[in-house]
Write a protein that binds this ligand. Structure first.
Ligand SMILES: Nc1ncnc2c1ncn2[C@@H]1O[C@H](COP(=O)(O)OP(=O)(O)OP(=O)(O)O)[C@@H](O)[C@H]1O
Ligand SMILES: Nc1nc2c(c(=O)[nH]1)N=C(CO)CN2
Length: 173
């Protein structure tokens, strides 16, 4: 199976967020995911259904993997579980709520993919400042399979939203 290049989004707002992001980077290789580069970390205001929660620390990773899309999703979920994230099916799980670690699959290779469990590119990749800013730090010219230029998507986001993104620290690798 040929290796493909992909991008993951990491987020944490429970415990010591930088340690959680670093632990995810350390855990990925055992699941068949090579981490090629990390963005800086960014402190970001919560967006989504739950706004009354601590700010997040977010970063993006460039990866290389021979895994197929569903296998890569399973690897991301396995890392989330290893780092103590409750499963969606467990009691008390809050969609968009606080979490020690979120590992989202943003892009894999140059093909879109869609199944009941997985959509690539991630459906929110063009609308979340906390994803676009670290992703463009890694790859300023990045485009989606449909030709969308991500720098244009960032420039088109409405200003004045409660979605500030501030550089917080050095890359994770
Ligand atoms: N590209 C993707 N990356 C990760 N999960 C995805 C993707 N596309 C679809 N999903 C599905 O979305 C489900 C919910 O994902 P997750 O638990 O990360 O949600 P969330 O972080 O609360 O919200 P969001 O999906 O808006 O980031 C996953 O179980 C997975 O099956
Ligand atoms: N700023 C920010 N907001 C979020 C984040 C996140 O990683 N960063 N993750 C969420 C759950 O998917 C919901 N809201």
């Amino acid at each position: 199976m040929p290796e493909r290049i992909g991008y993951l989004g990491l987020g944490s707002n429970v415990g010591v967020p930088r340690d959680n992001l670093a632990a995810a980077v350390a855990a990925l290789p055992a699941h068949g995911v090579r981490v090629l580069a990390s963005s800086s970390t960014y402190e970001t205001e919560p967006v989504g259904d739950v706004l009354d929660q601590p700010d997040f620390l977010n970063a993006c990773l460039r990866i290389a993997t021979e895994l197929e899309p569903e296998q890569l999703l399973a690897a991301c979920k396995a890392v989330e579980r290893e780092l103590g994230r409750a499963a969606e099916s467990s009691p008390g799980y809050v969609r968009h709520g606080p979490r020690p670690i979120d590992v989202d699959l943003l892009l894999l290779g140059d093909e879109p993919y869609e199944s009941p469990r997985l959509r690539l590119p991630h459906r929110e990749v063009t609308s979340r400042r906390f994803v676009l800013v670290p992703l463009l730090e890694l790859e300023p010219g990045l485009t989606l399979p449909d030709g969308t230029v991500l720098a244009d998507a960032l420039a088109a986001l409405p200003v004045g939203q409660r979605d500030a993104v501030r550089r917080a620290g050095e890359p994770l690798t």
